[in-house]
Each structure stands twice: as C-alpha cells, then as structure tokens.
Design a protein around this ligand. Structure first.
Ligand SMILES: [Fe+2]
Ligand SMILES: [Fe+2]
Length: 459
C-alpha cells in the first residue's frame, strides 16, 4: 500500500469511527448504524496491519497527523471523533495489530460515555482497560513524558542505592535485607509498563569507576524488560529483576582492586572471580524477601547455555527456566560498556556478536527476543537522519526510533549542546516533512553520544 492509499484508508476508518460515535448518541450499541461502521473500520484496519504492527494517529493543533504528515480531508464525523479525543485529553491514539471489533466498540463506548476532561494518559489507559479495550492505547502527553524521565531517574538511582547498601552490608559482615531490592524492582516494573523508554534509556549510564553498581541496575532493567516481552507472570518478573539487580553481589567477597584491575587476569585471579556466582547464591539464600528462583538465576548466570561456563556442572544440568534472561542481559550490558580491557560496542554490534553466541554460550531464542525488544535502531545507537543531521536514539516505538538527541547539524558541525528531536513532529517551512532515521553513523566520531542521551536528567 503506498502513502496515498494509506491516507485514504485512514481517512475512511476515522470517518467510520466518527459515524459510529455520532449514531451512538441516538441509538443503542447493537443498532446497525452503530455497528456497521465499526465493522467497516475493522476491515480497514486489517488492511493497514497487513504490513505494519500498529497505526499511530497524532492530533496536533486540531489536525490529524499520520507519520508526521497532516491529513486534511476531514468531515464532520471525523471532527467529532477528534474533538472527543482532544477533550478527554488524548493527543494521540494508537491502534495495535490483533485488535478486535470488541476493542473498537468499547473504544466508541469510552468516547461516548467519558464526560471528564483533560485526563492524564495513565487515567485514560485505566478507563480503557476497565472497559476491556486491549489493543488501543493513547499516547502520553509531553508533560507526562518529562515527569516520567524524572521518575525513571529516581527509580534508577534508588536501585543503585539498593545495590550499594546490600554490598556494604556484606562487606561489614551483616546479612542484608532483600526488602529494598524487591521494592525497587517492583517500581522498575511499574515504570516499564508506563513508559518503557524512560527507564530503558538509563541503561546507557555506564560508570567506569563504579562499574558493578550501574551494571547491576542495567542488568535488572534489561532482564525485566525481557521478562515483559515474554509476558512472564508478575511474580516471575520480580524474581528475574531481583536476580538481575543482585547477580554480581558475590563480587563483594573479592578484593576491590581485582574488580577494577586493568588488563588481563592471572589464572589464579580468574579462579577467584569464578567464585562470585556461588558466593552470590549463598548470600541470597540468607537474605530476607528473596525468592529461591532469584538465587538460582544468580548461581547460573555464568554457566553458559552449553554448560561450559562456571560453576562447573554436568552437560545435562537443568537450568532455572529464567536464568537465560540474566545471562543475555549481563552479556549485552557488558559488551556495550567500556572496560579497562575493551572498548564499548554499539548496541547493534553487541546484538550481532551475541547472535553469533546463540546456541553456544547464550540461548539463541532469548538473544532473538532481546534483538526484537531493542528494535532496529536500539536506544543508544548513533544515527544519521534524512536531514543529514546526526544524533543518538533516545526512544523507540514499534516502528522504529521516535526521539533522537541531535549532536551535529546538517553540515556535520557539532551542536553546542544536544537537542532532542521528536521524529513524529512536523518540521520544515512546507510543514509536511518529518525527520527520519536513514542509517547508523560512526559513534566514535561523536564521543559525547551517551552523555547526550542522559544530559537532561543528569543531576
Ligand atoms: Fe557475573
Ligand atoms: Fe555481570
């Protein structure tokens, strides 16, 4: 379907929704003049979903915008639809592949019955869920996004503190409590549901000096988002997140200079390092508020998919079902971090390398899930835009990057400070162009890349 055909289909489906909504004022939901347009809208959406997984329609200044280009062919029923959405407080609506006519009917009911105005995206989402709408969601308002960035940062910092205090307790010979780890992981899970990008973007924090703390939190965030992608039950998600957060806690038993040692390790030093999964397992076993599953995942995070890692086990050793989530997240964060013995790889380089490890040291299916979770241009990727500008991806959606922190202008000149560009926004004098990613750029030419992403939230 080309762009013009898409626009026609979109206008038709919005018109149908508007017509159904208009009739709903006069007739019961089962009346043909309410139902028939819903069926029509459904079949239009199926055409759209033939080659995409979602359809996002944004309302900017009273105009309906699709992928940065306004659709002007409005009718009165189309106006009605947008007016209702706008009044309720939703600046954008996203239809997801897999939706049913029931979703559409309930969405019409939502527009018809909701009398409150200016609701938060969270509240709208709540009402929609209560009405049984599962595949239509509303976009967060910009204010909400800013709030989310702050809240995500607070959760991230709280998680770092939780790891620090567990490790300090261990070093001073105390048995730490797992209550705080459990709490921060639950907060993390809530934030992932609300605004996945806000917290995922923070995994770009790579602290060279305090590597273990940030690495632990990054692995918690990454493994939790994998658990989310796999739709694991809530208790398993928490188990995975806590395991991610505490997976290297056994390293507290190691001398600090060994952890930070530049260059290679001697055989004897490596033997020491290899003890940390078992030390961690024993430690988690003693802590309160820790589920046994988390302890097993910590024990197994370096055993490797082919059982050739450490601690040593027989080839037929049965892993805990979710251990692979920690191993895959651990590997990804380690590869994308600069260490004393390696340069940081770009997210795409790391994923490519991990694909090669699939079936050997890593479970191939989970590498594929991570690749899908991160999208074609993962957060943290340095990209070139159709405008010739260069930036770092700071948020992604199902269809690709949605936000980029611009680092260089169209002439290649570095910007004095990174500027966030919204790829769904219209730019240019003609008002019909939007920025789009056309490929990757060499991150080494733009060394401030990770800093650019985090600058707005950094203390
Ligand atoms: Fe480890
Ligand atoms: Fe690790």
């Amino acid at each position: 379907m080309d762009r013009r055909q898409q626009e026609t289909v979109i206008a038709d489906l919005i018109r149908s929704l508007g017509a159904s909504l208009k009739s709903r004022r006069l007739y019961p939901p089962s009346h043909p003049s309410v139902r028939t347009p819903v069926d029509k809208c459904y079949s239009e959406l199926l055409r759209i979903f033939a080659d995409r997984s979602e359809l996002a329609l944004v309302i900017t200044d009273g105009t309906l915008v699709f992928e940065g280009v306004p659709l002007f062919n409005l009718t009165s029923s189309l106006d009605l639809f947008m007016e209702r959405l706008g009044a309720i407080g939703a600046p954008a609506v996203i239809f997801e592949k897999g939706l049913t006519t029931g979703d559409l009917e309930n969405f019409i009911r939502f527009l018809h019955e909701t009398t409150e105005q200016g609701l938060s995206a969270e509240r709208i989402q709540e009402i929609l869920a209560g009405m049984g709408v599962t595949h239509i969601r509303v976009k967060l308002k910009k204010d909400d996004e800013d709030d989310d960035a702050g809240a995500a940062r607070e959760i991230y910092d709280g998680a770092v503190q939780a790891v620090v205090s567990v490790m300090q307790d261990v070093r001073s010979g105390r048995i730490p409590s797992g209550a705080e780890s459990d709490r921060v992981v639950k907060d993390m899970g809530g934030m992932l549901r609300k605004n996945r990008d806000a917290i995922l973007a923070l995994t770009l924090i790579k602290n060279f000096d305090e590597y273990t703390y940030n690495h632990s939190v990054n692995v918690a965030v990454l493994s939790l988002s994998l658990a989310d992608s796999l739709s694991l039950p809530e208790t398993e998600k928490i188990e995975v997140g806590v395991a991610g957060l505490l997976h290297d806690v056994g390293k507290t038993q190691l001398a600090l200079d060994l952890i930070r040692k530049p260059g290679g390790l001697t055989d004897q030093e490596f033997e020491e390092i290899k003890k940390h999964p078992e030390e961690g397992y024993v430690l988690l076993g003693k802590m309160s508020h820790i589920r046994p599953g988390s302890a097993y995942m910590v024990l197994e995070h370096h055993m490797r998919f082919d059982r050739k890692g450490y601690p040593k086990r027989e080839p037929d050793y049965q892993f805990h079902a979710n251990s692979g989530l920690i191993s895959v997240s651990d590997c990804y964060d380690a590869l994308t971090t600069m260490r004393s013995y390696q340069k940081a790889r770009s997210p795409l380089e790391a994923l490519e390398l991990m694909k090669g490890l699939g079936g050997n040291s890593l479970p191939a299916d989970l590498v594929a899930v991570l690749t899908k979770t991160m999208g074609p241009y993962p957060i943290g990727t340095t990209v070139r835009l159709n405008t010739m500008e260069v930036g770092v991806v700071t948020a992604t959606g199902a269809a690709g990057p949605t936000k980029v922190a611009l680092l260089a202008d169209r002439n290649g000149a570095a910007l004095p400070k990174p500027e966030i560009a919204d790829l769904t926004e219209i730019i240019g004098k003609a008002g019909i162009v939007s920025r789009a990613v056309v490929g990757t750029a060499n991150p080494l030419l733009y060394p401030s890349a990770a800093g650019a992403v985090l600058a707005p939230a950094a203390p």
